[in-house]
Design a protein around this ligand. Structure first.
Ligand code: MN
Length: 485
């Protein structure tokens, strides 16, 4: 019987889904004038164990169905996987509701789109249709994949038309816009002010309910932050590219780069670490939305689009931006012991990968990235361990000496640094400029491969950091990109 598999998977007493009696399969139970005409389709968004979209085409009195993990593609260049599932009764075309947990397909089902289709071809291994829905419009082909044996349930779905007019795929390889260190701007009203977060920058692309997180230097760090997956589920089929900062909070609720250290170097955190050091994604910009690039929109326009997404979850948030009133915002962050603020020109465009004066960071604490170029052995209580790190920044002729840091380390940090630096040893100084003899004398040189974060009071006239204090390592910035700010 056509719906035997469908019925076998469900208990009508336990699920709100329509479960027609045996023998009544060809009858339309919905009372819906549409279903039963032979040409209806429906796409249901299904938040089961894994989010997917069920695409169903009416055929011979049933709904022939595929589960498509990323939904119907809008880009003809990207085919999406589709898994054929059991035929569903026609009445399913209007079903929306909550399938109880523990039941087959447990989770929320909503109708994402429905309409009619024109049939171009229906073969056992290939189905070509033109969909006419309110959200999706266009020619699609479902084809069984060659890797799957004949009769396998592995299919692909391909859009045969070009992308919808004006629709652009998510940009790949975009780098975040960077801020210049500076002071409060004089034309206060022309600027928006945001708290400066003390974490790592992240571009978050969401497509088909799946997210991909890219670090500032373009590395895929998605697997490091599994608690953010729910953001993809919340956005569902909305295609979005977000800009933000991943932070870990202190007991007092302040973002802290030092706390994040426990997470940022771990590619696949275990349950214990996820519990002890959870992260938050702080979202402050949206760069692409539903097929449209927002890079050329103003800050104010992008911010309105971001607010419209209503992103709010246990592990993600959109903190406020203040229009004007920079001095008060700066003072408030000082009083709360925060790092500082970022002032953003309200009429400015988003310039990927560029450090511009349209974004200015105004900091209470001076903080910079430096390259580790060597170490000096410790003395006294630190004998046998690292005493201080020799630091560098890139200059016109290569790596320049920027001083040394001997404070801010815990015993664990020193041991960790020792282990990381040992294999990087090299016989000669990596600096392009001379290092003062006092510091060069007992130095152990290393390849300039690690980037550290330090607080300091000022740059001296000869280009050294005064009173630097070690904060942690960062792998989201390449050593070649570390310059004097
Ligand atoms: Mn499903």
């Amino acid at each position: 019987m056509p719906l035997d598999t469908y019925r076998a998977k469900r208990d009508a007493r336990r699920t709100p889904e329509p479960v027609p009696d045996t023998g009544s399969t060809v009858v339309d139970h919905t009372g819906d004038a549409q279903a039963g005409r032979g040409d209806t389709f429906v796409v249901q968004e299904h938040h089961a164990t894994a989010l997917h979209w069920d695409v169903r085409l009416e055929r011979d009195g049933v709904l022939v169905s595929w589960a498509v993990p990323k939904g119907l593609p809008l880009d003809p260049a990207t085919n999406h996987l589709a898994k054929q599932t059991e035929d569903h009764p026609l009445a399913y075309a209007t079903f929306a509701g909550e399938i109880p947990r523990g039941e087959y397909g447990g989770g929320r089902v909503t109708v994402w789109d429905s309409g009619t289709y024109e049939l171009e071809k229906w073969q056992p291994d290939e189905v070509k249709v033109v969909l006419h829905g309110s959200r999706v419009e266009g020619r699609y082909v479902f084809f069984r994949t060659r890797s799957g044996r004949s009769g396998s349930d592995s299919w692909m779905v391909h859009r045969m038309d070009g992308p919808p007019p004006g629709w652009a795929p998510l940009p790949q390889d975009l780098r975040p816009m960077l801020a210049t260190a500076g002071t409060l701007p004089p034309d206060d009203d022309a600027w928006a002010y945001e708290v400066k977060w003390d974490g790592v920058r992240a571009l978050v692309a969401v497509d088909g309910g799946r997210l991909r997180i890219t670090s500032r230097n373009g590395n895929d760090v998605t697997s490091s932050y599994p608690e953010l997956r729910g953001l993809g589920l919340q956005l569902g089929s909305r295609q979005v590219l977000l800009d933000g900062e991943i932070v870990a909070l202190t007991a007092e609720g302040r973002s802290d780069f030092g706390v994040l250290q426990a997470r940022m170097h771990v590619a696949r955190p275990g349950a214990a670490l996820l519990r002890s050091t959870p992260v938050q994604l702080v979202v402050f910009d949206v760069l692409h939305l539903e097929g449209e690039s927002l890079l050329d929109r103003t800050y104010d326009e992008r911010r309105a689009a971001l607010d419209g997404l209503e992103l709010e979850g246990e592990h993600w948030q959109v903190p406020p931006a203040f229009l004007g009133g920079g001095p008060a915002v700066l003072e408030a962050t000082r009083a709360q012991g925060l790092e500082g603020i970022v002032a953003k020109r309200r009429d400015s465009r988003y310039l990927p990968g560029q450090r511009t004066d349209c974004w200015r960071k105004v900091k209470h604490v001076r903080r910079t990235s430096v390259v580790i170029a060597g170490w000096k052995p410790g003395e006294g209580g630190r004998a046998g361990r690292i005493g201080s790190l020799l630091l560098g920044v890139q200059g016109p002729g290569g790596l320049e000496y920027a001083g040394h840091v001997g404070t801010g380390f815990s015993a664990a940090t020193l041991a960790d640094l020792g282990a990381r630096l040992e294999p990087l040893r090299r016989p000669d100084s990596p600096f392009a400029t001379p290092v003062p003899r006092l510091h060069a004398k007992s130095a152990v040189w290393v390849e300039p491969a690690l980037v550290a974060e330090v607080d300091y009071t000022e740059w001296t006239r000869d280009g050294r950091l005064r009173h630097p204090s070690y904060k942690g390592l960062r792998d989201d910035i390449d050593p070649e990109d570390v310059v004097r700010e």
